[in-house]
Design a protein around this ligand. Structure first.
Ligand code: SF4
Length: 237
């Protein structure tokens, strides 16, 4: 790579790092340092599959109904898929999710000799991502959620909120996919900060930097925003 390209890349990297550090600090000032209730890795995986393309309320409804109908994962594995579909209907995409869920449970049973993800505890982060993402319905985000919130790993999953905010705050170039954002911002997050940063970005994305009509006037990160729809670039405000 030519020297001037290397030089420009190093400036971009250092600016991105500064922006991410500023976001971590600012959001901690706004929302504090969040905590979470740690789940069993398999429970977390199933909840995260249910959460795809829906909101928290509908995901929780679907999960509660699933657990009420099928108290153990063995029950889900053996069940008629139409009954799983019915139980998780509030979470949306019930046909697809019920089949994927059963497929993942079958794979876990065959791979680990039982319905448990405890063997992941002895694997490295990237090995876990590589293994889980071989399965339909498990992307990098889902694997990262299991790592961060059920296996105590220092990982910041990139969901739809984090993806949107990363673009608006100019951490990545336009059109960068969520999966690429995950790998690009990973080295810039200080040790020990990744899961809480993810939770604060979620809070920021749900309450301020919403997909539609973000509350830009009240935004503590406005100085770093490069999104043309933000209040900084609108002539009508
Ligand atoms: S200024 Fe608006 S669009 Fe930009 S980060 Fe803040 S809330 Fe989001």
């Amino acid at each position: 790579m030519p020297l001037d390209t290397l030089y420009i890349n190093s400036i971009i990297e250092s600016e991105t790092k500064d922006k991410i550090l500023r976001a971590i600090h600012t959001l901690e000032k706004e929302f504090g340092i969040p905590t979470w209730k740690k789940k069993d890795p398999l429970d977390e995986l199933i909840v995260t599959i249910l959460s795809q393309n829906t909101n928290d309320r509908n995901r929780d409804k679907g999960y509660q109904r699933l657990r009420a109908s099928f108290p153990s994962w063995q029950d889900v594995l053996k069940a008629d898929v139409a009954l799983i579909e019915e139980a998780i209907r509030p979470a949306g995409l019930a046909v697809q999710k019920s089949r994927r869920m059963q497929g993942v449970l079958r794979w876990i049973n065959n791979t680990f000799g039982g319905l448990t993800l405890q063997p992941l505890k002895s694997m490295k982060d990237d090995e876990v991502i590589e293994l889980l993402t071989t399965q339909k319905g498990i992307g990098v985000k889902t694997a990262a959620v299991v790592l961060a919130f059920a296996l105590d790993r220092d990982i910041c999953p990139v969901d739809t909120h984090v993806h949107r905010i990363a673009h608006r705050l100019g951490w990545v170039s336009p059109k960068t996919t969520a999966e690429k954002v995950f790998y690009l911002i990973r080295p810039f997050i200080p040790n020990g900060k990744a899961p809480t940063f993810h939770l604060n970005l979620l809070e920021f994305g749900k309450t301020r930097c919403t997909a539609r009509n973000p509350h830009c006037n009240n935004c503590p990160l406005q100085q770093d925003c490069i999104w043309e729809g933000s209040v900084r670039f609108r002539a009508d405000v």
